[in-house]
Design a binder for this molecule. Structure first.
Ligand SMILES: [Zn+2]
Length: 72
């Protein structure tokens, strides 16, 4: 598993191999020139949560904050 961080939007993308063609899935920037780094295989809940937020946008976070503020 390899990872590259986008220079433009700073999101991380992942691939099973250090592919020559690598496009940022978030903003479409060509990351072919970026150096691929080995992804950390340790499962990190916080980083997964961040990736989920980046993928779904912050709407989920806002809803959660709204609901929890109502229940208080
Ligand atoms: Zn990007």
């Amino acid at each position: 598993m390899y990872t590259k961080q986008c220079l433009r939007c700073e999101n991380k993308s992942f691939s099973s191999a250090s592919a020559r063609e690598w496009e940022c899935p978030y903003c479409g920037k060509d990351l072919a020139e970026e150096k691929a780094r080995r992804a950390n295989h340790n499962i990190n809940i916080q980083s997964i949560y961040r990736i989920l937020l980046q993928k779904k946008g912050f709407e989920v976070y806002r809803q959660t904050a709204y609901l929890s503020s109502r229940s208080n």
